[in-house]
Design a protein around this ligand. Structure first.
Ligand code: NDP
Length: 247
């Protein structure tokens, strides 16, 4: 596992946006960021799940979070510009974005991928994070030290049969991270990717229905890397892909 020992208050006074914060890895990341002192903006499509995370953060004594209910499937560039304005006016700074939400789509031969399914996966996994990042960069530039973290996958580093649109969308994510990191070399913004590795979530169960979930790491197990990349401890890191678990 990635070796990092977070200290208390590691993320104090930071504001961090997490997409897909209602479930799986995004939920755990939101809880952990708050535990280490960050104000977390919880973005996702199922409001009841976001509210449950909000309640848990408040119950644990973390900084009061905010909720942005948004279905990335239908959101346009204008939604992201409006969102960026709201964040800019309502928070002292935006210091981190965890692009975590994504859609697996169907696992099937490339020939069988329908136009509709292809577009759905690209909309959530590529277009949404592109337009969201584009809108948020001016806000992130106002931070002393801003971290954009994208989420890749082993199939985003080496293509795999039948993982069609998801695999291709993760290669695009990897490229987006590298372009943003390179363009922002002389700004306070850094960008990196996390490959979580097989983790016990609904998405993993959907991809590998026959697998025993008990054999997998939990979202909590992989958090040291997420905390590292959101903290100032990683301010020299940019343009890289990190593996939360041994490959
Ligand atoms: P889950 O399916 O458990 O959670 C995905 C989250 O994304 C949910 O909160 C979901 O919201 C949200 N989401 C999905 N579609 C939308 C949408 N249209 N608008 C807004 N939010 C949306 O996935 P994981 O936690 O497993 O995955 C997190 C990230 O890690 C993903 O990028 C995934 O590709 C990556 N990953 C995961 C691995 C694993 O083994 N789990 C391995 C490699 C990479 P809701 O619950 O409301 O549907």
């Amino acid at each position: 596992m990635f070796d990092f020992q977070p200290i208390s208050g590691l993320l104090a006074s930071k504001t961090i946006l997490v997409t897909g914060a209602g479930d799986g890895i995004g939920k755990e990341a939101a809880l952990q960021f708050a535990k280490y002192g960050a104000t977390v903006i919880l973005l996702g499509k199922t409001v009841s799940k976001l509210e449950a995370v909000y309640d848990k953060i408040v119950k644990n004594g973390g900084p009061e979070p905010a909720i942005i209910p948004l279905d990335l499937q239908g959101a346009t560039a204008q939604h992201y510009r409006d969102m960026a304005n709201t964040i800019d006016t309502q928070f002292p700074s935006l210091d981190g974005v965890l692009h975590n939400a994504s859609l697996l789509g169907h696992l099937e031969p490339l020939q069988q991928i329908s136009e509709e399914d292809w577009n759905k996966v690209m909309q959530v996994n590529v277009n949404s994070q592109f337009f969201m990042t584009q809108a948020l960069i001016p806000v992130l530039k106002k931070s002393n030290n801003a971290s954009i973290v994208f989420t890749t996958s082993s199939v985003g580093l080496k293509g795999r049969a039948y993982w069609g649109s998801y695999s291709i969308s993760k290669f695009a994510t990897q490229g987006m991270m590298e372009v943003i990191a390179d363009e922002n070399e002389n700004t306070p913004i850094r960008a990196n990717c996390i490959n979580p590795g097989g983790t016990r979530t609904n998405m993993r169960a959907q991809a590998f229905p026959g697998e025993d979930p008990e054999t997998l790491k939990t979202p909590a197990d992989i958090m040291p890397l997420y905390l590292y990349l959101m903290s100032d401890e990683s301010k020299h890191e940019t343009g890289k892909t990190f593996h939360a678990q041994p490959k």
